[in-house]
Design a binder for this molecule. Structure first.
Ligand SMILES: *Cc1c(COP(=O)(O)O)cnc(C)c1O
Length: 427
């Protein structure tokens, strides 16, 4: 019997490149047919064959209170009934900005936008405008959306400038981005010693989640903070994924480090398009209409999206929310490690707050090279075995996973039991 997912995928490929609106959804890395989702509730979603999956991507992070949370859905319905978009300011946007500034330590002012890409791109322009410098430092394996300056990988020699990772990005743009190794403090020291006076900003995922889960070492972030301050460069924490995911105050609250600019997205929209960037007032005042750095958006601060985001931010402030989420996620990581051990599979797992990483390697990787050395073939076999068991993991060996508040101990224990079968099947 042909699956409805296959029929839909065939059809989608005729009208959309690769059949998807964002590449990882196409299952190219793991092979097979993407599942077309028809509805979701709590920790589950259902595909076009009406098969239920326990969902561990949560829309890549936003679904932190679980899918279709009744309070979020009601807030969206009520906001929609009042009008979808005005192109003029609303009180909801003030409330959102006030809430973000209260909860995220480094924020004095924010601007709302519609995607993480847009927020990171705008943060970069702001950093360049505020410093009058062009050079950007980023780290191999970190993802900051698809702005030209950020789709860059390391050049051939040490401390050379980057090469584009996408066609269509002019080499002249990539020349202004230097790509260093994550968790390598010495490389940062060397870069600042050489060109410190030309560096506009350093942008980093303080808990990296786009090369699987890889937390920064405290020393790496401290070195970055010290060097940026000493050389007048702006430190940008891209917390699009880690914000409201690893802790209420984001990774910056866990590490006790204050970036100059913070980029947010994912959770703050609760499943609708809201992202933000913000920081110190003396930096933010460079933005139009106050300053000379131009940035704008027709749908920025959209009232329906803000309603979803604000309700989600209200729910995550429930006392004990992150303690519970962290405990559930740890239970999952430990349970999977234990199941792998029992079946004799070389595997490790780690978690930070509501984010986790699965590694087909004996030990949890500490840098990009170790991450890339994980057994991708094993992961792919495991991914499909889990899918057969009704568990939907990220369809790539190099993506993080996400737990929601609706993933109860029972749901997680069922996943661990499924994993025991899947490890056994992939030995
Ligand atoms: C998802 C993500 C982005 C891009 O956000 P979009 O909303 O997909 O444009 C940027 N930075 C990080 C760290 C992300 O995880």
């Amino acid at each position: 019997m042909t699956s409805n997912n296959e029929i839909l995928f065939e059809r989608a490929q005729r009208s959309t490149p690769g059949g998807v609106n964002s590449p990882v959804r196409a299952f190219r890395s793991v092979g097979g047919t993407p599942r077309f989702i028809t509805r979701a509730e709590g920790p589950y979603f259902w595909d076009a064959d009406n098969r239920r999956y326990t969902d561990y991507i949560g829309s890549w992070g936003p679904a932190i209170v679980g899918h279709a949370h009744p309070e979020v859905v009601r807030a969206v319905q009520e906001a929609a009934a009042r009008g979808l978009s005005f192109g003029a300011p609303t009180e909801g946007e003030i409330e959102m900005a006030e809430t973000l500034c209260r909860l995220v330590p480094s924020l004095e002012q924010v601007r709302l936008v519609s995607s993480g890409t847009e927020a990171a791109m705008s943060a970069l322009r702001l950093a360049r405008g505020a410093t009058g410098r062009d050079l950007v430092i980023k780290f191999e394996g970190c993802y900051h959306g698809h702005a030209d300056s950020l789709l860059v990988k390391a050049g051939s020699g040490l401390l050379t400038f980057g090469n584009p990772t996408s066609s269509g990005v002019p080499e002249d743009f990539a020349r202004h981005t230097m790509v260093l190794d994550y968790n390598d403090s010495q490389a940062l020291e060397d870069a600042f010693a050489r060109v410190g006076e030309r560096i506009a900003c350093v942008i980093v995922e303080p808990v990296a989640g786009n090369m699987n889960l890889l937390p920064a070492t405290p020393e790496f972030l401290q070195t970055m903070r010290r060097l940026c301050s000493a050389h007048g460069a702006i430190l940008i924490f891209d917390e699009v994924m880690s914000g409201f995911r690893v802790a209420l105050g984001g990774a910056q609250s866990l590490y006790g480090i204050t970036p100059d600019i913070t980029v947010l997205g994912k959770v703050i929209g609760g499943g609708l398009p809201v992202a933000a960037f913000g920081g110190r007032k003396d930096i933010m005042r460079h933005l139009a209409p106050e300053g000379g750095v131009y940035q704008a958006g027709t749908l920025s601060g959209n009232p329906v999206a803000v309603a979803a985001g604000m309700t989600t931010l209200k729910l995550v402030q429930t006392p004990g929310f992150y303690e519970d989420l962290g405990a559930r996620t740890t239970r999952l990581a430990n349970g999977l490690s234990q199941a792998a051990k029992e079946t004799g599979v070389a595997f490790s797992a780690a978690s930070v707050g509501g984010m986790f990483g699965l590694y087909f390697a004996e030990k949890v990787p500490q840098n990009y090279a170790q991450m890339m050395a994980c057994d991708k073939a094993r992961f792919n076999a495991f991914f499909h075995a889990m899918l057969d068991e009704g568990v939907y993991l990220a369809p790539s060996a190099f993506e993080a996973g996400f737990v929601s508040a609706q993933h109860t101990d029972e749901v997680i224990d069922a996943t661990i039991a499924a994993a025991r079968q899947a490890f056994e099947a992939t030995k």
